[in-house]
Design a binder for this molecule. Structure first.
Ligand code: PHE
Length: 484
């Protein structure tokens, strides 16, 4: 115990804080806004009944995501240390067991696993930047993308990429390299800088491309598609998909927001700041829908689900519009910016843990995390090509037929993230001392009690349902069928 506190003091001596509240907001929004908003949200909305999914998603962000987001930032801010120590500190001050630190250790581990495959996807985005850049150079900026090439040819780029382990492995390493470049420079010198420059550039590109797409004429169809609420489409599956997406998009359950919270000053009001972060993340997801679907509809295409929407449907759609090649290039650069500010936060959680726990300097901690994530990442990159028939956890039903990348995605998305978020809500709702929460959360009166109610009862209940639904999809489907 004594050793543990000494250790924290040693780590604390090098403790940095964000240089301002807005720097923190940009970094946290940078963490939240990523492939989840640009790839997953539109694809999930597309396959899950459009408006029913979108409206339920907003409900989930407000009533489930936001209370947990506030909890995570609060634990970090109170602890001012790496995530597991922050949990332990609050647990001990509240008379609870220091085993609660394990919740954050699990989170740090999930952040590491997600980092390993997130950077593979980041590498894919770099590959497409290369494809569009080469196309702009070849045909000039005014034509549609891939002018003169057949539909099949444009389609084949994706298959060619994912089966090319050398290219995707290398680009994964490049994306990790860019990430570690910023993480190694520290909170104010790197993590904050990348957010402060890239987030405004990201918003500018997003709004610009969205406005351009609106002139195509499919705005009405898009609005119908995204916002028409048909109650019959709100099935149990759609609800589970929406909650899962809300948690992923707000970067919850992986200790990332606890880690960022540790650099927040005492004077910051956490409730209003969490509200801004969740609001900005949700706005970006909705604008991403308004950006992508008009372009897809104008080209007369059906929006596909999964990764196909971004890497196959959109390139076809860009080939149909004037300046499509240039807009496509700008689009993928924008996606890369968003992915980078997320991968930085995924790397920071294990890095700050390694600094504190293993006593490493920031540079060695970040580099060690990078090397480990690189090894796992290259295996993930190969899992869509040379290693595609290797199914590491295939003997467990929920991982049947999944390659390394998909298995990591499923393991974190369906197991460790919901478990982390569930235990965080239970910890705040049932273990943390009321006085301490009252001092920290920036809420008063009815809102304070409403938040406590949500983290005590509502969030744990819903998160248990998601966990059950993810682990036992067949049983869940049968239960839903019985109700329909
Ligand atoms: N929220 C990020 C996105 O939407 C992903 C992420 C998850 C980042 C967890 C950090 C932690 O892409």
């Amino acid at each position: 115990m004594q050793g543990y506190f000494n250790h924290m003091a040693a780590a604390g001596s090098g403790h940095e804080n964000w240089s301002s509240r807005s720097a923190f907001i940009l970094a946290a929004v940078g963490s939240a806004v990523g492939l989840g908003n640009l790839v997953r949200f539109p694809a999930e909305a597309g396959t899950n009944g459009g408006g029913a999914f979108v409206l339920f998603y907003i409900f989930c962000v407000v009533l489930i995501g936001l209370p947990v987001l506030l909890s995570e930032i609060l634990i970090g801010r109170h602890g001012q240390a790496a995530a597991p120590s922050s949990f332990r500190k609050m647990a001990q001050e509240s008379g609870g067991s220091k085993a609660w630190g394990m919740v954050a250790s699990l989170g740090v581990f999930s952040a590491f696993l997600i980092l390993s495959f997130y950077c593979v996807l980041g590498g894919w985005v770099l590959y497409y930047i290369g494809l569009f850049a080469a196309d702009v150079l070849a045909t000039g900026p005014t034509t549609g993308a891939f002018a003169g090439q057949s539909f099949e040819q444009v389609d084949s780029y994706f298959g060619a990429m994912v089966s090319d382990g050398l290219a995707t492995g290398l680009l994964d390493v490049v994306f990790l390299g860019i990430t570690v470049f910023f993480v190694a420079r520290g909170v104010t010198g790197g993590i904050e800088k990348v957010a402060v420059y890239l987030m405004p550039a990201f918003f500018f590109l997003l709004v610009g491309i969205t406005i351009y797409g609106m002139f195509g004429g499919a705005l009405g169809q898009t609005v119908d598609y995204l916002f028409t609420f048909e109650p019959s489409k709100l099935t149990g599956e759609v609800m589970l998909a929406a909650v899962g997406q809300a948690f992923f998009s707000l970067s919850l359950g992986v200790a990332g927001m606890v880690t960022y919270g540790a650099y927040v000053g005492r004077d910051v009001n956490l409730a209003s700041t969490s509200g801004i972060i969740a609001g900005a993340d949700t706005a970006v997801a909705l604008i991403a829908g308004l950006c992508i679907f008009p372009i897809v509809f104008v080209a007369g295409l059906e929006p596909s689900g999964g990764l196909g929407l971004m890497f196959q449907t959109l390139p076809h759609a860009f080939s149909d519009i004037p300046f499509g090649t240039l807009i496509g290039l700008a689009f993928f650069i924008m996606v890369a910016f968003a992915a980078l500010t997320s991968s930085v936060s995924l790397m920071e959680a294990p890095t700050s843990w390694a600094m504190e726990r293993l006593g490493l300097t920031r540079v060695s901690a970040a580099v060690s995390v990078t090397v480990a994530a690189g090894v796992l990442g290259v295996l993930s990159a190969l899992s869509t090509g040379a290693l595609s028939s290797f199914h590491p956890l295939g003997f467990i039903p929920m991982f049947e037929g999944l390659g390394i990348l998909d298995a990591l995605d499923t393991f974190t998305g369906k197991l460790t993230m919901p478990i982390g978020a569930l235990l965080t809500a239970v910890f705040i709702g049932w273990v943390a001392s009321r006085r301490l929460l009252d001092d920290e959360n920036g809420l008063s009166g009815g809102l304070h009690h409403f938040w406590l109610f949500l983290v005590r009862w509502f969030c744990p209940l819903v998160l248990t349902l998601i966990l059950f639904g993810g682990v036992f999809p067949k049983t869940t489907a049968q239960i839903f069928a019985a109700f329909n």
